[in-house]
Write a new protein. Structure first.
Length: 132
């Protein structure tokens, strides 16, 4: 799939859905630098793309660049404040980095923005608090 996306982007280098998919695919393959690059390419084309900001945040976080990642996730949330994934996914990477209090605060923000999904946020917070 990655090769197909790269071939397609060679023909249409600014195709945003392909850049989104490539960023997501590279992230899944744990190629965080390539995911970062793909998301940055998408943002160069459309700086108001929340999916790319969230993808960039996760790629940066996995590379240990949490401060930069926080800036990126905040931009994603500014653009799409009622989107579940940035709150949840960034909380997970914060928890994995040992920053449980910040992770729970992010989940609390998500719950405030999306009260209908409060149960999901509460379960995630319980799981984070139970981590060693």
């Amino acid at each position: 799939a990655r090769r197909l996306l790269e071939r397609g982007l060679a023909r249409a280098p600014e195709h945003l859905p392909s850049l989104d998919l490539l960023g997501c695919g590279c992230f899944s393959l744990r190629d965080y630098a390539a995911s970062e690059q793909s998301n940055r390419r998408a943002l160069a084309r459309d700086p108001d793309r929340p999916f790319a900001w969230n993808g960039l945040a996760l790629a940066l976080a996995r590379q240990g660049r949490l401060d930069e990642a926080r800036t990126a996730v905040e931009r994603a949330l500014a653009l799409a404040p009622r989107w579940f994934e940035p709150y949840h996914d960034f909380a997970v990477v914060l928890a994995e980095a040992g920053r449980k209090d910040e992770a729970c605060a992010m989940l609390d923000r998500g719950c405030a923005a999306l009260p209908a999904r409060g149960g999901e946020f509460a379960r995630a917070a319980t799981a984070i608090k139970a981590r060693p």
